[in-house]
Design a protein around this ligand. Sequence first.
Ligand code: ATP
Length: 237
Amino acid sequence: MTQTILKISGLKVAYGGIQAVKGVSLEVKQGELVSLIGANGAGKTTTLKAVTGTQPIADGAVEYLGQPAKGKGAWELVNQGLVMVPEGRGTFTRMSITENLLMGAFTRKDKEIDADIDKVFGLFPRLKERRNQLAGTMSGGEQQMLAMGRALMARPKLLLLDEPSMGLSPIMVDKIFEVVNDIHQQGVTVLLVEQNASRALQLANRGYVMDSGEITMSGDAKELLNDPKVRAAYLGE
Ligand code: ATP
């Protein structure tokens, strides 16, 4: 049987008195690319933050690799392969590209770090060309590439991507989705949060639609893509 990597059950998260996530359940199985789509403010980012332990869980449960994630520090989860690329990228602006990539491997003790940097440079030749440039001087798209490359340096078992296409030019959006697909094809399990519902569902095996803190639809990604309600609400038809 395929292993369940992430299982979220009845998750509730609040900011003060405001319930941002109201009982979300979803799962991601080994080898899947699952897309979580929904409008601005639906609670997608908050869901990811609860998974990584950066936002407290009010109720419900998050299991990663069959173990409760609650109570584990973000560092411990990264060490176990749960790696997030946050919205807004969060690169170390005063460090070079290579230094940023090395930071991604800080929990590792093996000797294959240089080989993995070469793999990242293979996925993103632009990063290789600019490897000595300070991250803060790169374009938004280049910083997104760097944030994804840095996450890969932690050898993720589950990669959480929060809106990787946000604010990028159409060419860069194409490039980013191409690489998300490559990363998935190389065997990494991915949970992709996106407002670009069309592109996210085209790449995914399965999808979940989130609205006002709740999952309103879920299923096979191609079926969701062809669903009239999804097309009307999220694909501008
Ligand atoms: P976006 O695509 O805009 O990031 P989202 O689906 O990821 O949207 P969230 O960022 O999770 O949505 O926000 C869900 C709700 O929680 C929103 O109403 C938002 O205003 C609120 N919220 C998010 N972060 C905070 C915070 N730090 N304090 C208070 N409210 C917050």
